[in-house]
Design a protein around this ligand. Structure first.
Ligand code: UDP
Ligand code: MN
Length: 278
């Protein structure tokens, strides 16, 4: 029995797409993500890491064939938890580019690292606020650690990775080393797991931006947008299931998310309109 993780069923494959939901809002996102992944025809396991969810929510996801794995938040120190609390983090490192929803708890992000404790050879992690538009099983062939750049505004964005999609090789030894590195006196990870992973894997391998296309590209870099190229669409900042200030300008993307979240047919992205030129 691995401490901190509590699988309720067995693995069916040696590969898995994994997401995290620590509250019902992100479970709403996870359901749309899993439905979209199913539509790609993948045979890899679909795994939900969760902390606090109503039993009926977990049950509904299981009926979609998802493997639910209850996890504990990381056993980080009191000081670490204080420093990475929502109000404290937003004060020390304000978000100036977009709005974080009220249900976003920065400390919960670190629970992603639990995937290194899973019983799979290869894992692709995807944020719960993303949908997959084309088969991405090839990502399992990429080495640890591969991620796409955090591109949504300008060329400078290529310096940083976005931790919404990444490849990993689970290993308890790696997990233990990460935990030791994560929580040292006074350490502050301003963009939580993203800053940590970038530091832990300084030689991270790059994935094409199309494997983690950020919704703000639609607004800020429309020349990069080609529907036929986009494999993962990631709704960073404002979420497609909330009412928010940018909803009108992101309407095409939000409607696509809603189609994926439901049971019925989904549009072919190639039939969708292009973004307005900048
Ligand atoms: N997450 C979660 N609960 C939280 C915050 C984050 O479950 O309170 C998970 C969820 O999978 C989410 C991911 O961590 O997609 C990262 O957060 P988010 O996607 O909101 O960050 P962004 O992509 O906007 O930077
Ligand atoms: Mn995200």
């Amino acid at each position: 029995m691995t401490p901190g993780i509590h699988p309720e069923s067995k693995a069916r494959s040696d590969r898995a797409f994994v997401t995290l939901a620590t509250n019902p809002d992100y479970a709403t996102g996870a359901e749309a993500l899993f439905r979209s992944l199913r539509r790609t025809g993948t045979t890899a396991d679909l795994v939900l890491l969760y902390t606090d969810l109503p039993a009926e929510t977990v049950y509904r996801l299981c009926t979609l064939g998802v493997r639910a794995v209850h996890v504990d938040l990381l056993p980080t120190s009191h000081d670490f938890n204080e420093l990475h609390g929502r109000a404290r983090l937003h004060g020390a490192a304000p978000f100036t580019k977009g709005e974080k929803p009220p249900f976003h708890t920065p400390l919960d992000n670190f629970a992603k690292l639990r995937l290194w404790q899973l019983d799979y050879d290869r894992v692709v992690f995807i944020d719960a606020d993303a949908i997959v538009l084309q088969n991405i099983d090839r990502l399992f062939e990429y080495p640890e650690f591969s991620a796409a750049p955090n591109v949504y505004e300008s060329l400078g964005d290529f310096h940083r990775l976005n931790s919404g999609v990444f490849t990993a090789r689970p290993s308890q030894a790696t997990f233990d080393r990460m935990l030791a590195r994560l929580d040292q006196p006074g350490t502050f990870w301003r963009r939580t797991d993203q800053t940590f992973l970038e530091t832990y894997f300084p030689n991270w391998h790059g994935l094409p931006v199309f494997d983690n296309m950020l919704q703000y590209v639609w607004l800020n870099l429309p020349e990069l947008w080609r529907w036929q190229d986009i494999r993962v669409l990631h709704y960073q900042y404002e979420k497609p299931w909330e009412n928010h200030a940018k909803a009108d300008s992101l309407r095409v993307l939000i409607d696509l998310w809603k189609a994926h979240a439901a049971d019925g047919p989904v549009p072919d992205p190639r039939d969708l309109p292009a973004p307005e030129p900048a």
